[in-house]
Design a protein around this ligand. Structure first.
Ligand code: RB5
Length: 158
């Protein structure tokens, strides 16, 4: 899977650890910064990753700041982005199954590193439970997740 990754200064060290973890798990990534623990503004990095994912250049994005929250707010301003801030494996799994989340935001100051690896692993391996291809969007319960996401996408164009 092709992943775009970035952090601010608060997430820098954690980003470096996550890169090693991604490599060990055979994922390819592009690092969009930051390049040190010098203070930067998280929206600058959130937008770089979100726009690259929004253009379809990467399948998923991972953003790390102190809490994961600022990155999430900023990334969700970009068209086509469904960014989520997850603090456990359960929400990471649901964010893929129900929301087809394409960016995962993590808080370096609030999540332990081992727990974070578990969250990333689950988030990367879980599939969206959208429409089965042979069924129309309105058909059956499987279609409800796609229908709800379609409503979000439609709202972006208003
Ligand atoms: C930086 O101090 C901190 O505000 C930032 O990393 C992030 O947590 C914002 O949401």
């Amino acid at each position: 899977m092709k992943i775009a990754i970035a952090s601010d200064h608060a997430g820098y060290k954690t980003k470096e650890l996550i890169k090693t973890f991604l490599k060990e798990n055979n994922h390819s990534y592009q690092d969009f910064g930051a390049d040190s623990e010098d203070s930067v503004d998280y929206p600058d990095y959130a937008f770089k990753v979100a726009e690259a994912v929004g253009r379809g250049e990467y399948e998923r994005g991972i953003l790390i700041c102190g809490t994961g929250l600022g990155m999430c707010i900023a990334a969700n301003k970009v068209k086509g982005i469904r960014a989520v801030a997850c603090h456990n494996e359960s929400t990471a799994e649901m964010s893929r199954q129900h929301n087809d989340a394409n960016i995962l935001c993590l808080g370096a100051r609030v999540i332990e590193q081992d727990k974070m690896k578990g969250i990333i692993k689950v988030w990367l391996q879980t599939e969206f439970e959208g429409d089965p291809p042979e069924q129309p969007k309105s058909f059956g319960r499987a279609g409800r997740h796609q229908r709800r996401i379609d409503k979000i996408s439609e709202h972006e164009s208003l």
